[in-house]
Design a protein around this ligand. Sequence first.
Ligand SMILES: Nc1nc2c(ncn2[C@@H]2O[C@H](COP(=O)(O)OP(=O)(O)O)[C@@H](O)[C@H]2O)c(=O)[nH]1
Ligand SMILES: [Mg+2]
Length: 307
Amino acid sequence: MGLFDKFKNGLFKTAQQLTSGLETVLKGGPAISRQALEALEETLVRADMGAPTARAIIHEVEESAKKDTTHKVHLANHLRKAILGKLESVQTPFALPKPGIILLVGVNGAGKTTTTGKLAARFAGEGRKVLLAAGDTFRAAAEEQLTEWAQRAKVEFIRGAHGAAPSAVVFDALQSGLAHGADCLLVDTAGRLHNRSNLMEELRKIVRVAEKAAPGVHQEKWLVLDANTGQNAMNQAREFNKEVGLTGLVLTKIDGTAKGGIVVALAGELGLPVRFLGVGEQMDDLVPFDPGLFVEALVPVEAEHSS
Ligand SMILES: Nc1nc2c(ncn2[C@@H]2O[C@H](COP(=O)(O)OP(=O)(O)O)[C@@H](O)[C@H]2O)c(=O)[nH]1
Ligand SMILES: [Mg+2]
């Protein structure tokens, strides 16, 4: 399956909802009225773009309609352009240096372990020497799950004794991985401890320890978010960013939701680049984020032909 088809399938539900919203707006005569813009804004909020971002996008749609053409046939185009602008303003190019570390953080169930496994397969496929480190030492099931992913992706895997301190496991894994020539080190972490401040403290410790074990090695800190959690994802992103200092986001389970607009809200309100989207449970169901393809899939061309 091509990359665009992955975006299209993944965003199907969200696109369907946006399209039907657009269709409703297009029904009421050819001119772009205030009423039509308000209806469109509601549609964006329903897709979870968040009120401030939806408002900003509609404002831009209105401006470009004034400049260009106020005929509704062009509404989808104006909309695409405004959304793309929001995404591109925060999207920096990404390539993991060799060697490079990626720490995956996030709450339980967000999709960290799955994403770690998918990333391992992807980087290994690019010919890199990948090492997986199991930083979630609290649940035996988490280590088992990562072991399976390592086997599937055919990459090296290091886990500690069950219940060992995560930071100690990460320290050993990174040191020995680098010593053995690994150039892509992926660290899965726990999503729940006794309470949230313990978790954040543990994660900060892992970040520090990683810097010590691999001095000068580039370190990415990605928050994995379940796209279904809506505005809660926004709060999580704020909290983790404040506590750990994030460098990027991964949005999972885009395939199951009509709320894929959360990607736009996160870009609009947090200014963090989205690195990957999870679009299913299989190994290759992870797509590198591309604002252009995202917007094309989100506001499909069919949306224009319904007026
Ligand atoms: N449909 C779908 N399911 C996903 C995706 N990513 C993860 N999952 C599922 O979400 C559940 C939790 O994932 P897991 O990686 O264990 O979350 P963790 O607790 O953050 O490590 C599992 O059942 C995964 O198969 C995705 O992109 N799409
Ligand atoms: Mg996990």
